[in-house]
Design a protein around this ligand. Structure first.
Ligand code: FE2
Ligand code: FE2
Length: 275
């Protein structure tokens, strides 16, 4: 029986351990790109039945966002907590990208759609490993601290809505990453931790691509339905994303990723722009 891409995605989603999940994710990505380059038999996309929630390791303990202790980033413990939160985001991102591949196989999409999300999943896997290496270099590890339980909510809410998923995950959550990463890089630069700075710089550079994939495929699907992308974006973010977007925005990087200001400013905290 030929293995399909959506089956491969489900295998990643159902692997609990972080390092095992990311190793499998990278192997599957390499297999997909070898097939796409004609160096191996083609891999059909197929359809699959992904779990509503991905498998997770026993640690970290997942807490309600308000119960996750806040630590000052100026202290060594605070920097470890910050990196731990980043590792958790990267692991969720690995699953989010495989989930969009696994869940919407019944919607016909150009092969480039799968190329983009498989590449993004591969990069998130690398990011998780880089951040874990940094944590271990500082004497900690992923799982040593509690983490956010809410991270998968965006995925569950949009399990039946591919455009909602694109609007909320790459175009809101990953775009937020572009806003906050430069400040994080500064924290680790001041602490004289060049390895962490280098890891975060890799992440920062590659995340622009993920937001751009979101914007590209969101616009593609709007075109298919003859819908106005900006209006549809506002409608979907208001439906699926609780709360307002937080300025300041990284307008330069958002622009590089194909996200224009009139998409996000009307959804911002304190905005009185109404349609
Ligand atoms: Fe990432
Ligand atoms: Fe990403």
């Amino acid at each position: 029986m030929t293995r399909t891409l959506t089956q491969m995605a489900v295998e990643v989603l159902t692997t609990a351990d972080g390092r095992e999940k990311t190793a499998l994710s990278r192997r599957h990505a390499a297999a997909w790109f070898a097939a796409r380059a004609g160096r191996a038999d083609p891999i059909p996309v197929g359809t699959a039945d992904p779990p509503l929630r991905p498998a997770r390791p026993a640690k970290p303990e997942l807490l309600n966002p308000r119960d996750v202790p806040k630590r000052k980033p100026g202290s060594p413990a605070g920097r470890i907590a910050l990196l731990h939160a980043v590792a958790h985001i990267e692991l969720n991102a690995v699953d989010l990208h495989w989930d969009i591949v696994a869940r919407f196989g019944h919607i016909p999409m150009p092969a480039g759609f799968y190329d983009d999300w498989v590449k993004a999943a591969d990069e998130e896997s690398k990011h998780f490993n880089l951040v874990c290496d940094c944590l271990e270099g500082l004497g900690s590890h992923y799982g040593a601290l509690p983490a956010h339980a809410g991270m998968w909510r965006a995925a569950e809410g949009t399990a039946d809505d591919i455009m909602g998923r694109l609007a909320v995950v790459p175009m809101v959550l990953e775009a937020r990453g572009l806003d906050v990463t430069p400040g994080m890089i500064e924290i680790f630069r001041k602490a004289d931790l060049p390895d962490v700075v280098a890891a975060l710089e890799v992440i920062y550079a590659e995340e622009v691509g993920h937001v751009a994939y979101g914007s590209k495929w969101f616009n593609f699907l709007c075109g298919r339905e003859n819908a106005d992308p900006k209006e549809r974006f506002h409608e979907l973010v208001r439906r699926y994303f609780k709360g307002a977007l937080k300025p300041p925005f990284n307008e330069a990087k958002r622009a590089e990723a194909g996200l224009p200001p009139d998409f996000y400013w009307p959804l911002a905290e304190g905005s009185n722009i109404r349609e």
